[in-house]
Design a protein around this ligand. Structure first.
Ligand code: NAP
Length: 243
């Protein structure tokens, strides 16, 4: 059975990705930090539909917790085919109002976590000469968003991380790619009012906001055999954002 670990899978894009991978026959490790009830209920939903799933609590910005999480998943599943680093946080503030703690938290959840999770998962993938690493970046990592400088910088960092790691792991037949979603309807957009949501939808060629399933579909494709010759790429999942 193929296996996947998805960070930040208790809600939003991560939860939709867990559901889709489970429905496609993967054993799924659902990482969460604080949404215990949501993660357990997702795991129950998957197991009751005949799938295999495991909830793993870890703050992925903490090296010890991230490393322990990978160990737990490897012990339970025996191997890891796909690692998806999706966990994320957002914040809208002028750069001059951002505190040092907020800056470091943003880098921690997105970039430090990518480092810790990959560092712990890569040796077993190299041993098997196979694996897929997928990072969830953002279109703001390519375009930059006003009042989201730390977020944009962290997401841009994930793009560089993807491109460099893809070169390093290519000889071991491990692919590394990232997706750059546009605006996707999740809790992360809960702060936007109706007008903003409409304007953001109108800013796409397809005239709508994305759904968590739109992003999950792109991740399933990149994890699949259909994407075996694709590595070091950034796949925009943004409905053709016009800006
Ligand atoms: P969401 O609904 O707010 O969910 C965020 C998830 O990340 C939750 O499961 C949360 O777990 C988890 N998480 C946060 N900090 C964590 C930590 N330190 N350790 C472990 N898990 C942590 O967000 P979303 O919209 O699905 O976003 C998912 C990813 O897509 C993020 O990386 C985000 O930046 C990216 N993205 C989103 C959009 C968008 O418009 N929604 C656009 C582009 C990119 P708990 O609830 O358990 O804390």
């Amino acid at each position: 059975m193929k296996t996947v670990l998805i960070t930040g899978a208790s809600r939003g894009i991560g939860a939709a990705t867990a559901r889709l991978f489970a429905a496609s026959g993967y054993a799924v490790a659902v990482n969460y930090r604080s949404s215990h009830k949501e993660a357990e209920s997702l795991v129950n939903e998957i197991t009751q539909s005949g799938g295999e799933a495991l909830a793993v609590c870890a703050d992925v910005s903490d090296e010890q917790e991230a490393t322990a999480m990978i160990k737990t998943v490897l012990n339970r599943f025996g191997h890891l085919d796909v690692l998806i680093h999706n966990a994320g946080i957002a914040q809208q503030k002028l750069l001059t109002d951002v505190t040092n703690d907020e800056w470091h938290r943003m880098m921690g959840v997105h970039l430090d976590a990518a480092f810790y999770c990959c560092k712990a998962a890569i040796p077993s993938m190299i041993n098997r000469k196979s694996g897929r690493i997928l990072l969830v970046s953002s279109m703001w990592g390519e375009r930059g968003a006003s009042c989201e400088v730390p977020y944009s910088a962290a997401k841009a960092g994930l793009i560089g991380f993807t491109k460099a790691l893809a070169k390093e792991l290519g000889p071991s037949q491990i692919t590394v790619n990232c997706v750059a979603p546009g605006v996707i309807c999740t809790d992360m957009c809960a702060g936007f009012d109706e007008n903003t949501i409409r304007e953001l939808g109108d800013s796409t060629s397809l005239n709508r906001l994305g759904t968590p399933k739109d992003v999950a579909d792109s991740l399933l494709f990149l994890a699949s055999d259909h994407a075996s010759f694709i590595t070091g790429q950034v796949l925009g999942v943004d409905g053709g954002f016009i800006g």
